[in-house]
Design a protein around this ligand. Structure first.
Ligand code: FES
Length: 578
């Protein structure tokens, strides 16, 4: 059962900055007044931080200044004192080597920025993939009242009369370029047709999945997941979030009252029902670790196992987020799976999850199918274990080829991503469609940063045979917009000395998704001999964030948080600054 919000009015932490008339308070107020803030703003009204990941190099979040203005209006409507602040922004498309290398760093920025400043509550503006978990993780470690506002998806891509999806069609068109079915000039045209409005990827990729997780966890207002970025209702939602956070501060409704075990279980079930990204596994484990909920990979398998996929969206289906919103959005999905979810889980609007969703109307049953006639029978994430992944690995059955879900094949091994790029399209590569492609050293420590390379393209000579899928196994992640029979997050990773490091060309590898098994058919004695000869990779860095990350990052089955950042410290600050 979720706890009810505390009714007693809590003392505002911002008063310790602004309430008195000593020297420190004079300093705190005086410098703020240089922005044109009148004295009455310091009269005891809640101070609300608007945590903004706006950046021109995060194109998915480039409209966040405007979104923040609507949040600000809402805070003022409700008698709060809004203060916007920037945090590290993680843009999926430009950052190298991978944004995931910086998720924990951004979370640290968020946590310390919130705690060190006079905020009573925060609104978290997030959109592009890693910005959502980074903000939730950092805010969870402070545990103030907080509400998430996602930036919303882009409008549907439109190319020569066809709807095209961010990411999903990049993979598809890239393969068509390899086989000669598309020309480079077509690809240039695709660029502008695919990303034609503000917003994040409009497939059910990681950004849309995580926006759905915000709503399913109860951390966002209903319909947060799907309203297109440029739809005026996204602005209204931002304004309503601004109003609501002021009330939440008065109610002292903190993140830990929303982010309960029931909330995480709801989110996992919703992830199954939307056919959500495998990246949600890692991010939810990390957020749970911050707030103190003991979530494990087994929870993902247990709760996702029987959950059908109801949402016919790319990459598993044919529609896009705009269609999802017009069909009724996430409240319809939650209503459909109402017999499974924890209905009484509390959400940021002070109502239960069921109160928010029970009357949702489905306006298009081809986009959101009824649970009695689901789009796909299996939507959840399957967790496989065996001698190749003692701590687990994951596969998304709804994006995989059914006949490959039970498969045994000869391993074709790539030692790292450079080896992959060098040899994958080599006509002399000894590979056939029944082989299992194995990619090593792309995990959290290995790349470093756990990149989305697990859905690597098939060898050109296989694609030319008209084959579109093969079993691929790696310790990497994959883009939420991708598809295929792709086994990911193999733990422990190769760079940490996991069994993946010991696979050799020609070994037989078997997966059986129904039995949740992954097996390397090599004897334990032989594996021990190989392990004795295994040498760790040289360090990626001798200083700075990358060294700290590589020294402390946990494995995929633990959420890839840095070990010293797990948990929360609350919002108390021991000392003043002057
Ligand atoms: Fe930002 Fe896909 S690149 S959400």
């Amino acid at each position: 059962m979720s706890k009810k919000p505390t009714k007693k009015k809590a003392p505002l932490r911002s008063r310790t900055w602004f309430a008195s008339h000593d020297r420190d308070a004079l300093v705190h107020r005086s410098w703020m007044k240089n922005q044109g803030i009148p004295h009455d703003q310091f009269d005891g009204r809640p101070v609300i931080g608007i945590c903004n990941t706006w950046s021109q190099v995060t194109p998915c979040n480039a409209h966040f200044r405007e979104l923040a203005a609507h949040v600000r209006d809402g805070i003022l409507d409700a008698g709060g004192f809004p203060l916007e602040f920037p945090v590290m922004s993680l843009g999926e498309t430009l950052m190298r080597p991978t944004t995931m290398l910086f998720r924990n760093q951004a979370a640290m920025d968020v946590e310390e920025s919130i705690r060190a400043n006079p905020f009573d509550g925060v609104v978290l503006l997030m959109g592009c993939d890693k910005t959502t978990p980074a903000l939730l993780m950092g805010a969870a470690s402070c545990d103030l009242p907080a509400i998430g506002v996602s930036g919303g998806p882009m409008l549907n891509g439109k190319f020569r009369g066809e709807d095209i999806g961010s990411g999903t069609h990049v993979w598809k068109f890239t393969e068509m370029l390899k086989t000669g079915e598309m020309k480079m000039s077509d690809m240039v045209e695709v660029e502008s047709c695919m990303s034609r409005s503000a917003g994040h990827c409009m497939t059910m990729g990681t950004a849309s999945t995580m926006a759905s997780m915000v709503e399913a966890l109860g951390m966002g207002l209903p319909t947060n997941a799907a309203i297109p970025a440029v739809d005026s209702r996204r602005r209204v939602l931002a304004r309503m979030a601004g109003r609501r956070i002021v009330e939440m501060v008065h109610e002292d409704l903190r993140m830990s009252q929303i982010l309960t075990r029931e909330a995480f279980e709801n989110a996992i079930m919703v992830n199954g029902a939307i056919g959500g990204s495998t990246n949600a596994v890692v991010h939810l484990l990390a957020i749970a670790g911050r707030i103190g909920v003991d979530l494990t990979l087994d929870d993902w398998d247990r709760l996702g196992r029987d959950m059908p996929c109801l949402v016919n969206l790319m990459p598993s289906g044919k529609y896009l987020m705009e269609d999802f919103y017009y069909a009724g959005g996430l409240p319809v999905v939650i209503r459909e799976i109402g017999k499974y979810i924890h209905r009484k889980a509390l959400t940021v609007n002070g109502r239960t999850m069921w109160d928010n969703c029970k009357d949702a109307v489905n306006y298009n049953t081809d986009v959101i199918t009824p649970i009695a006639k689901p789009f796909k029978p299996q939507g959840g994430i399957a967790v496989l274990r065996g001698n190749l992944a003692p701590d687990g690995c994951v596969i998304k059955p709804s994006a995989a080829t059914p006949k490959l879900m039970k498969h045994k094949g000869r391993a074709v091994v790539f030692e790292d991503v450079d080896d992959l790029h060098r040899r994958i399209d080599d006509p002399k590569l000894d590979v056939d469609p029944s082989c299992v492609l194995v990619l090593k050293n792309c995990g959290p420590k290995g790349y470093p940063g756990f990149p989305e390379v697990g859905n690597f393209a098939l060898p050109a000579k296989i694609l030319k045979q008209g084959v579109t899928d093969m079993v691929r196994i790696s310790d990497a992640r994959m883009s939420g917009t991708a598809y295929g029979t792709v086994v990911l997050h193999t733990s422990p990773e190769a760079a940490a000395g996991g069994p993946l490091a010991l696979v050799r060309n020609g070994d037989l590898v078997e997966i059986d998704v129904a039995k949740r098994k992954i097996q390397l058919h090599v004897t334990a004695d032989e594996l021990a001999r190989r392990k004795a000869k295994w040498k760790p990779l040289p360090p990626h860095a001798t200083r700075g964030w990358v060294k700290l990350y590589c020294d402390t990052v946990q494995q995929a089955d633990k959420g890839v948080d840095c070990d010293f950042m797990v948990g929360k410290s609350g919002a108390k600050v021991g000392r003043v600054s002057h």
